[in-house]
Design a protein around this ligand. Structure first.
Ligand code: 5AD
Ligand code: SF4
Length: 447
């Protein structure tokens, strides 16, 4: 087999959350700076970055099976690919990966990937390297400028989490909460808009905990940042995700009412509708306080679409406690939601709690919960029929002349028109399905 030469093509495979998608884009930019180009669709890459997620089970096993597949493809091709494992599995199990998978030459954690180019130089010389340091912020300073991007872009404003929900690995893999500085974010947002973005989603594991000093030296929260970004010409839409109910301040609620560029959509995980379970999860809110918080958001922005995350089968969850989750779903009527079976994560308190719930019970509860959430998602889409709204055109549809864009409420809308990617157009919503709506163009808002 040929020895590993300098790679000419790369592929970054990102799993899990949107922060990983952002990190994956930034790693791709670093590789592009070294003159490495994306491998054409369907072709093997010389360098593969597996940008992993550790939030739920089987993540590590998935990494090993992916590595196995890459090695096999390399054998068939007669050239070993260089393999880097990045992301949260790299952070949590880096040394084990190095020991178990000789085909991996680079292991790089989510706070250290700005050093990927140096590691790559070493890997080409046949040296293996692990970097799971957690220097706060350093990575952002070391990354190259944003290049041309699509109409929607992610901007990581905050990383890490101090909440320590008892089921969650994030505080261990991504570390303590840190906020990127205000001026860096404003600069990066300008760059994103210059590079073609018309919508920016501000990202953070606990994004509403962001705080910083604004241009006049005042400490501001996420709402202050949003209001400043809203003044950028050419930036039409702002979103943010993910939030914890404990960090939603009055100003953020007010921003939903007074900042038109902030889209009427809120992803606010509740996890469970039962107070004993919420306490065991260390969530620091009750079902009631969560509902009251939503009322305040809805008062500021009556057409707000709500989204949430749920876990079924947390250790000790009884049938009656699970039914409280169904009750809160009935009350909130989410426009969209994500629901998961509890997955014990090594090193988290919940993993060693008594009363682990049987898989069949979790399966059954998840099915019932998802039936309720799907019912509400369809109902939300149906209630949108007849509305006129803006849509940001994101991509072409399957049929000629068909386009897909997102409504302010993050629904996918399909329509036929003579438009281009990045156009912001006004449509009428005509017909609802469970995951999208059919629409008709009314008029272009801006070209
Ligand atoms: N098991 C199941 N779901 C989990 N989540 C986080 N940790 C776990 C776990 N151990 C879910 C939560 C969180 C979302 C990102 O993933 O619902 O909000
Ligand atoms: Fe994990 Fe809880 Fe932090 Fe979300 S708030 S990242 S669930 S610890």
């Amino acid at each position: 087999m040929k020895p590993t030469a300098s790679p000419k093509t790369y592929r970054v495979k990102s799993f899990g959350c949107q922060m990983n998608v952002y990190d994956g884009e930034r790693m791709a930019e670093l590789l592009a700076e070294k003159g490495i180009t994306p491998a054409p669709e369907g072709e093997d890459a010389d360098l593969v970055v597996l940008n992993t997620c550790h939030i739920r089970e089987k993540a590590a096993e998935k990494v090993y099976s992916d590595i196995g597949r890459l090695v096999k493809a390399g054998d068939e091709r007669g050239q070993k690919p260089l393999i880097a494992v990045a992301g949260c599995v790299a952070q949590a199990e880096g040394e084990e990966i190095m020991a178990r998978a000789p085909a991996v030459s680079m292991v790089v954690g989510p706070q250290a990937y700005h050093r990927l180019p140096d590691m790559l130089d070493k890997a080409v010389r046949g040296e293996r390297a692990t970097d799971t340091d957690m220097p706060p912020i350093a990575k952002f300073d070391a990354l190259p400028e944003r290049r041309k991007i699509g109409p929607t872009a992610f901007l990581t404003v905050q990383e890490g989490c101090d909440k320590f929900c008892t089921y969650c690995v994030v505080p261990y893999t991504r570390g303590a909460e840190i906020s990127r500085p205000f001026s860096d974010l404003v600069t990066e947002a300008h760059k994103l808009v210059e590079a073609g973005a018309r919508e920016i989603t501000l990202l953070g594991q606990n994004v509403s905990a962001w705080s910083g000093e604004n241009e006049t030296g005042h400490t501001v929260g996420l709402a202050g940042l949003i209001r400043t970004l809203a003044r950028i010409d050419g930036l039409e839409r702002i979103r943010y995700t993910t939030s914890h109910p404990a960090d939603m301040d009055d100003d953020l609620i007010a921003a939903h009412g007074d900042t038109p560029k902030l889209m009427p959509y809120l992803h606010l995980p509740v996890q469970s509708g039962n107070d004993r379970v919420l306490r065991a999860m260390n969530r620091s809110h009750t079902a009631e306080s969560y509902l009251r918080l939503l009322e305040r958001f809805r008062a500021a922005r009556p057409d707000l679409a709500l989204s949430g995350d749920f876990i079924v089968g947390f250790p000790g969850e009884t049938e009656a406690e699970f039914e409280d989750t169904l009750k809160i779903v009935d009350e909130v009527r989410y426009a969209q939601a994500f629901s998961f079976k509890y997955s014990p994560r090594p090193g988290t308190p919940a993993a060693s709690m008594d009363g682990q719930v049987a898989k069949e019970v979790m399966d059954e509860r998840l099915q019932r919960l998802q039936a309720a959430l799907n019912r509400d998602q369809l109902a939300f889409n149906e209630a949108s029929v007849g509305k006129t709204c803006t849509v940001l055109v994101e991509r072409k549809g399957k049929h000629p002349g068909q386009w897909l864009g997102k409504t302010p409420w993050l629904q996918s809308a399909w329509f036929e028109a003579d438009v281009a990617i990045g156009d912001l157009v006004e449509v009428e919503l005509l017909e609802a399905g469970p995951n999208s709506l059919a629409a008709r163009l009314r008029e272009p808002v801006t070209a």
